[in-house]
Design a protein around this ligand. Structure first.
Ligand code: GCV
Length: 710
């Protein structure tokens, strides 16, 4: 660890590698108070999970409190921490704790008296629950909370909490902005660098219990025996941390890997091939999680190539996995079936008729919005429309459409907005969160996936603040009802310490950052205005091929008369995919919230907004506001100089400068373009774009990170 000479004595240089598990010493008063509750550690090592739990507590408490509790077999003084399950620990068993509703992964942390001594017990029904409890106790300390008089019960509300890596076998990462893939396929299965263990620790600390190792645009090679051995080696590292591995599979693998002539899901040979492959996988990885599939979408093969349905395809794979307890996560991100139809309507059109047709171990993985991870979208109408299907959420953590790694955009508010959206499926309160956690329609198998933002960069995510997006995803997957602000505060305290002069401004900045990005990129319901293919920067003028529904002009529909996509009954009628009360709200100009206006309506530039301004003036105001918000974020950060260690301070300061420059570019390019269409003057007091439209149109970029043709 490099210790740089800094303004503030305590602000040691850090490079972000430790994520939120830094375990730096607590302020003296808090450490003194806590030390009396961490004198001994009574924790077993009989299983690998018990061993890593004990190691994490010794490491964490040692770092936070200045010295670690003394490992012991029995409680012999006040202040012991006792860790275990009734089966693993006679002390825990003797307490006769009520653990019945905690499931396998839940935990209880309680202040108790043991053999006459005050003690803290961390208990669960299974080792993995206890590990989560250990991280829960450490989190309390890291966030400046006392650890006396505790009585906490926690259990996850969602069963499968999964990271989806879009990592390719050649080491590149589709839509990845944090360097190369962390999986070193070439040196696997032999070499297992410590970062694999740290990855597992970080995930376990926020309750993530699954990882899909490879890109949904899947290379069939992953199913070869040589690669499965590599996968098995990773599974071995992750197992003690309660993390199962999953693989993205290519639907045509029976042809490419198996040498068959077809991948038709109803062909007995194909079915046999997948069964054999599943058996082979489970021989290597007994707790393998299952398959993730992108089929008949963006050029990927699928059951429709054989005139079979998505359900036929998913159920065939599900049958191969079922004997082993594996699941299929079948993606609903499809839009190619009927060119010409509003792109955002197509997934619903394909999947809604299949409600109730999927096998018991299939989950349909649905992106939060009907388009594609835009800065803001209304919720995906599939949530609330398929009560007989296990729907899991797919969020994007990597910021493909939100400024890549350099823009500070905290995604907590975006996730919370999507989860809190009311589908009205069974009347008021039928939130997306309740669809996802299974309570709305009584599903037991539930899940939430996040497309990872992790790469080989030293700080894992391409920037310190992007770590917060990994963190908030995990915490919301554990409990979709948690608040984005509370999670931001937790993360900030763990990442930058408990100095209130840092915590408050940083949390405020994070909480406003997503709205700022919406404003400088796609305000008032606009979407998909970014550059073609690489998705970097604004290109609202782009009308190039190969398909209309990949172009910005398709989505904004700006003309002399107005702007926006009419999705009411007079247009594409996408509103009809929502439950009637939601459809009515979205269809009504009087009721539609401003933030979704141009998603659902084509309105004149002179349209009078609730604010009294015309639409054009309002649009310019939002674009400008976004840039001003970033300027304010920069000022806030500048005010923290000396409170933050130099290395992380400088990284964030530099990235905010990039963000401000690019926010200005977004604003100016979009305003210049829309002005070229409507010919209207800017409202009084607003600066004209810095350059003529031609300048913005002339910009082109090569070697943009994360590039994919899609
Ligand atoms: C993995 C978008 C992205 C693609 C991605 C696709 C998907 O279209 O740009 O890179 O492919 O979504 O989610 O399958």
């Amino acid at each position: 660890m490099l210790v740089a000479g800094l303004g503030a004595g305590h602000a040691r240089a850090e490079d972000g590698h430790d994520l939120w598990l830094r375990y730096r010493p607590l302020p003296a008063a808090q450490a003194d108070a806590a030390r009396g509750h961490a004198t001994q550690l009574v924790a077993g090592t009989a299983s690998a999970t018990q061993a890593v739990t004990r190691a994490e507590l010794l490491r964490g408490l040692g770092g936070l409190l200045g010295h670690a509790p003394v490992p012991a077999d029995a409680v012999s003084r006040d202040g012991a921490i006792v860790v275990g399950t009734p089966a693993s620990s006679p002390l825990v068993a003797g307490l006769h704790l009520d653990l019945h509703d905690l499931g396998r992964e839940g935990y209880l942390i309680r202040s108790v008296v043991l053999d006459g001594h005050p003690a803290t017990v961390i208990a669960g029904n299974d080792d993995i629950g206890v590990l989560y409890g250990a991280f829960g106790l450490l989190r309390r300390l890291q966030t400046g909370q006392p650890i006396d008089r505790l009585d906490l019960r926690e259990r996850p509300r969602v069963q499968l909490r999964v990271l989806d890596h879009w990592d390719n076998l050649d080491g590149s990462v589709e839509r990845g902005y944090a360097g190369a893939s962390i999986w070193d396929w070439w040196r696997l299965p032999d070499y297992l660098p410590p970062r694999y263990t740290d990855y597992a620790r970080a995930n376990a600390s926020i309750g993530i219990n699954g990882t899909v190792l490879n890109n949904v645009n899947a290379d069939p090679l992953i199913l070869s025996h040589a690669y499965l051995e590599k996968v098995a080696a990773l599974a071995g590292v992750f197992r003690p941390y309660g993390i199962r591995v999953y693989l993205s599979v290519r639907f045509s693998a029976p042809i490419e890997v198996g040498g068959l002539k077809t991948a038709d899901p109803l062909d007995p040979q194909v079915q046999r091939w997948w069964r054999g492959k599943a058996d082979e996988i489970y021989r290597l990885i007994p707790d393998f999680g299952g398959f993730l599939v992108k089929a008949n979408s963006e050029g990927q093969p699928g059951p429709q190539d054989y005139h079979r349905s998505h359900a036929d395809g998913a159920n065939m794979l599900a049958a191969a996995l079922a004997p082993h307890g594996g699941v299929v996560m079948w993606r609903a991100f499809v839009y190619a079936n009927k060119p010409g139809e509003d792109r955002i309507k197509q997934a619903y059109g394909e999947f809604k008729p299949l409600d109730g047709k999927f096998a018991a171990n299939v989950l349909l993985q649905v992106k939060n919005g009907p388009l594609d991870f835009q800065p803001r979208e209304p919720f995906n109408p599939l949530f609330g429309a398929m009560p007989k299907t296990q729907l899991m959420m797919e969020f994007q953590i990597t910021k493909e459409y939100l400024g890549f790694a350099t823009h500070l955009v905290y995604l907590g508010p975006l996730y919370q907005e999507a989860l809190a959206a009311d589908t009205m499926e069974h009347g008021k309160g039928s939130t997306v969160a309740k669809v996802v956690d299974g309570t709305l329609d009584g599903h037991a198998l539930t899940g939430m996936a996040g497309v990872a933002n992790i790469g080989a960069d030293r700080d894992w995510c391409g920037s310190v603040f992007n770590q917060a997006n990994w963190y908030v995803f995990g915490r919301l997957a554990w409990d979709p009802t948690l608040s984005a602000r509370a999670i931001a505060e937790e993360w900030t305290r763990m990442t930058f310490g408990n100095d209130e002069a840092v915590v408050r401004p940083v949390v405020d900045m994070m909480m406003g950052s997503r709205e700022a990005a919406v404003d400088y990129m796609t305000p008032l319901g606009l979407a998909h205005l970014m550059g073609h293919g690489h998705h970097y920067g604004p290109e609202p003028w782009d009308a190039s091929g190969p398909r209309a529904d990949w172009t910005p002009v398709y989505f904004h529909r700006a003309d002399k008369g107005g702007i926006g996509f009419d999705r009411t009954a007079s247009g594409s009628d996408a509103v009809a995919q929502y439950a009637p009360p939601v459809a009515n709200e979205f269809a009504s100009l009087r009721q539609i919230p401003d933030e979704y206006l141009l998603w659902f309506h084509h309105v004149p530039w002179s349209y009078r907004m609730r604010s009294g301004r015309t639409l054009w003036d309002e649009l310019v105001r939002h674009y400008t506001q976004g840039v001003e918000d970033v300027a304010r974020m920069r000022e806030t950060w500048a005010g923290l100089k000396g409170h933050i260690d130099d290395e992380r301070y400088r990284q964030v300061a530099t990235f905010l400068a990039i963000q401000q420059r690019e926010a200005q570019w977004w604003r100016d390019a979009c305003i210049a373009y829309f002005q070229s269409i409507n010919g209207l003057p800017l409202p009084a007091g607003y600066a004209p774009p810095a350059h003529p439209l031609k300048y913005y149109q002339s910009l082109s970029f090569k070697y943009v990170p994360g590039y994919s043709a899609w």
